[in-house]
Design a protein around this ligand. Structure first.
Ligand SMILES: C[S@@+](CC[C@H](N)C(=O)[O-])C[C@H]1O[C@@H](n2cnc3c(N)ncnc32)[C@H](O)[C@@H]1O
Length: 181
């Protein structure tokens, strides 16, 4: 059954002026994301995390900002140009059932999006295929939509495809976990 997907016109409800007060991107990601890395930001929405990650990977790094809604990617494109980060951000429109991206990355970010995926085991297998050995994968799910037990189920599915849990991570308004390949 199709899951509820956050429509592009609702993105302003959480990607707005207040978001940096809630989610401090350098603090959250700098332990994992270093200059020169290749990062996948899947379900990137309007690009709040993509832009922050692009700053962390620096001029030699790349962020693949991936979403199924072209309107979301158009917003990322506009914001990346405004922030002079467009050379570091590669936009990719995926399908709901397939990321369809053939590349390898050091880090994957899935922020407030896994609960919208119709086939989570298939999604996790695709992420596994793209992650380099030793690469890390952060999943943050919104605690107002997703129970902790549901995140534990996602972790079990991730372990089935070959990922290992590192730790639960503290993220405001979220249940979050760090995985490794
Ligand atoms: C709640 S928004 C979160 C956006 C962003 N990660 C953030 O934290 O601001 C969820 C995003 O996931 C995207 N999404 C949902 N299902 C998807 C799928 N199967 N493949 C790719 N993107 C998907 C939606 O289009 C939406 O942009």
């Amino acid at each position: 059954m199709a899951q509820h997907v956050c429509p592009w016109w609702q993105v302003w409800t959480f990607d707005n002026f207040f978001r940096p007060l809630l989610h401090n991107i350098p603090k959250l990601y700098s332990p994992y994301v270093k200059p020169g890395m290749r990062v996948l930001d899947v379900g990137c929405g309007a690009g709040f995390t993509s832009l922050g990650l692009a700053r962390l990977v620096g001029e030699q790094g790349k962020v693949f900002a991936v979403d199924m809604q072209p309107q979301m990617l158009a917003m990322v494109k506009r914001r990346a140009a405004k922030a002079n980060l467009e050379k570091r951000i590669i936009l990719h429109q995926c399908q709901q059932h397939s990321l369809g991206l053939k590349t390898s990355v050091d880090f994957v970010n899935a922020f407030w999006m896994v609960h919208e995926i119709p086939d989570i085991p298939n999604f996790l297998a695709e992420v596994y295929g793209m992650l380099k050995s030793g690469g890390r994968f952060l999943i943050a799910e919104p605690s107002h939509h997703v129970k902790e037990a549901e995140l534990r189920n996602i972790v079990h599915e991730a372990e089935r495809v070959g990922l290992a849990m590192v730790e639960y991570v503290k993220v405001r308004w979220s249940h979050a976990v760090l995985l490794i390949k």
